[in-house]
Design a binder for this molecule. Structure first.
Ligand code: C2E
Ligand code: MG
Ligand code: MG
Ligand code: MG
Length: 283
């Protein structure tokens, strides 16, 4: 009896696995032409400076409007894009479009402090080696100033070949582009990376921010990250700020920038530009 059950169980799991593999392959096929069919788009989530509340920049996040499945989250398809190598064409397309959009922001904010745009770059794009060239081309073609472009890399992207990563990142940084370490604190050797990999900023992972009001350990870690980063001359950004209390405590602890649903959701470029327009004069 038990044997039969085991057998069925195995068959069930293996069929579920086949389906997962099949779905993935299907997704990869569809993702291949998605950019050209206009199904992929960019949304921008604002960054605010905690000392004075100023809007200072935005992160570029990719969205896939699938004709049948609706909106697909990047947590599903970025992984497919990375595993299949598609990210090597998709990544530069995102970078190029983001630079062109960011140039338009200047037009609605004449005279104001220029905003920066940050773009997520995956491990594979870094490993491939042509990132500095791709970035240089995008900046030249769009006319965006290098200091207005930030690159976000996860800790895992720099693990492994740190010498290679450092070389590329220094090349980018010497051109004026800023490099941030994303989801900081989730990798188990985050601190040691800061010694070996040259970065301008760290984004404290939202799992720390989430419990900052309830868990004294998370608050202690966050405060320590801020102090340590500042002593190294590194900017600290908090992601995933969903509550006013989180915002206030991060500001009081000296965190530089913050991002999250309480401050602003990701928006299509037109909606984001509405945030930049000066308030109309009351009639
Ligand atoms: P990430 O770079 O850490 O981006 C932050 C994610 O958190 C975004 O999810 C954002 O919408 C979400 N988020 C922002 N504020 C809040 C908040 O207050 N609460 C909560 N719960 N979530 C918040 P999204 O857009 O689904 O992106 C997920 C991940 O996909 C990104 O994580 C990034 O690693 C990756 N990704 C997105 N776009 C791109 C891209 O163009 N290229 C690459 N390589 N990766 C991308
Ligand atoms: Mg990011
Ligand atoms: Mg992040
Ligand atoms: Mg994150």
């Amino acid at each position: 009896q038990a044997k039969v059950a085991d057998k069925n169980c195995f068959r069930f799991y293996s069929r579920a696995m086949d389906q997962a593999v099949e779905r993935r392959m299907h997704l990869e096929q569809e993702l291949r032409g998605a950019w050209d069919r206009g199904e992929l788009s960019l949304v921008y989530q604002p960054f605010y400076r905690l000392s004075d509340g100023a809007l200072v920049g935005a992160e570029t996040l990719l969205r896939w409007q699938h004709p049948e499945h609706g909106m697909i989250a990047p947590s599903v398809f970025i992984d497919v894009a990375e595993q299949s190598g598609l990210i090597e064409t998709l990544g530069p397309q995102v970078l190029r479009a983001a630079c062109h959009d960011a140039v338009r922001w200047r037009q609605v904010r004449e005279g104001a402090e220029p905003l920066f745009v940050s773009v997520n770059v995956s491990a594979r794009q870094l490993r491939n080696g042509d990132l500095p060239q791709v970035v240089a081309d995008c900046l030249r073609d769009s006319g965006l100033a290098a200091r207005q472009l930030h690159i976000e890399l996860t800790e895992t992207a720099v693990i492994g070949d740190e010498a290679h990563a450092s070389r590329l990142l220094n090349q980018l940084r010497s051109s004026g582009v800023k490099v941030w370490l994303d989801d900081f604190g989730t990798g188990f050797s985050g601190l040691s990376h800061l010694r070996r990999v040259p970065v301008d900023g760290v984004k404290i992972d939202r799992s720390f921010v989430a419990d900052i009001l309830r868990d004294p350990d998370d608050l202690a870690l966050t405060t320590a990250i801020i102090a340590m980063a500042h002593s190294l001359g590194i900017t600290v950004v908090a992601e995933g700020v969903e509550k006013e209390g989180q915002h206030d405590i991060l500001r009081d602890r000296g965190c530089d920038l913050a991002q999250g649903y309480w401050l602003g959701h990701p928006l299509p470029v037109e909606g984001f530009m509405d945030l930049l327009r000066p308030e109309p004069m009351p009639a």
